[in-house]
Design a protein around this ligand. Structure first.
Ligand code: ADP
Ligand code: NI
Length: 221
């Protein structure tokens, strides 16, 4: 099978598997991460583009949030799929490691991130870009609505020192998520292009939060 066919087959598999997914974790999220990964990869050296493509396409194939917290399903499903296509073992293993280590929660856990590669750096940046800016705001409120969370509650302050378990269990208002995760991402970007793109999206979120606060407290206008 050529690399082009492998990627095409993977796109079809992901579209099919994610039918009916929550709006922030659907095929279009994957498509944006895939496209941004390829864009960022253009300016990086010695990158395996097949690994970047497959990692981006499969990174949320079975997100633990939607599978009772089970973090093993995604990597397992991706591995079975790539083996069924006859993809090279080393490439398959690399993609599985990427899926296993890309998540923000992992960074909250001491010793949680056990793997690094340039391909992971690129996909992680593309995934983080999709978590911030205008699209990030839309995804975040969509997820909050999906979980029936409050939009904002002035009596529940953000928790900036959550463990991975607390983060997973949190049912705090959606605005808190900006302080607990989204605003932290700009300084966690790995690549040159990722950092540049994150700056502008970060500023947009700050402007948004300022406006939100003005509207919530009209006397401050
Ligand atoms: P990762 O998959 O990298 O661990 P998350 O699962 O925390 O990242 O989040 C992916 C996206 O899902 C977030 O960027 C956000 O849009 C949405 N999301 C996750 N947790 C929350 C939350 N508590 N409140 C609102 N949105 C959330
Ligand atoms: Ni993602």
């Amino acid at each position: 099978m050529t690399n082009t066919t492998i990627v095409e087959e993977t796109i079809a598999f992901v579209k099919e598997t994610l039918q009916g997914a929550e709006g922030g974790h659907d095929w279009f999220h994957i498509q944006r991460v895939f496209r941004n990964s390829l864009l960022i990869a253009k300016d990086e050296k010695d990158i395996d583009i097949l690994v970047v493509s497959l990692g981006a396409l499969l990174h949320d194939i079975a997100d633990a949030k939607f599978h009772g917290g089970d973090e093993t399903i995604g990597p397992k499903l991706a591995k079975e799929f790539l083996i069924s296509l006859g993809v090279d073992k080393v490439i398959t293993e690399h993609v599985v490691q990427i899926i296993d280590n890309i998540s923000f929660k992992k960074t909250l856990e001491k010793g949680g991130v056990k793997f690094s590669s340039k391909e992971l750096d690129i996909i992680q940046d593309a995934d983080r870009l999709d978590a911030i800016g205008a699209i990030g705001i839309a995804r975040t409120f969509n997820y909050g609505g999906f979980k029936n969370r409050e939009i904002y509650n002035p009596d529940i302050p953000p928790n900036l020192h959550m463990t991975k378990e607390e983060y997973k269990k949190s049912s705090a208002p959606t605005i808190n998520h900006f302080y607990e995760k989204l605003l932290l991402l700009k300084d966690k970007m790995n690549t040159k292009n990722g950092k540049i793109l994150a700056e502008q999206r970060h500023q947009f979120m700050l402007d948004y939060l300022e406006q939100f606060s003005h509207e919530w407290n009209p006397q401050s206008l």
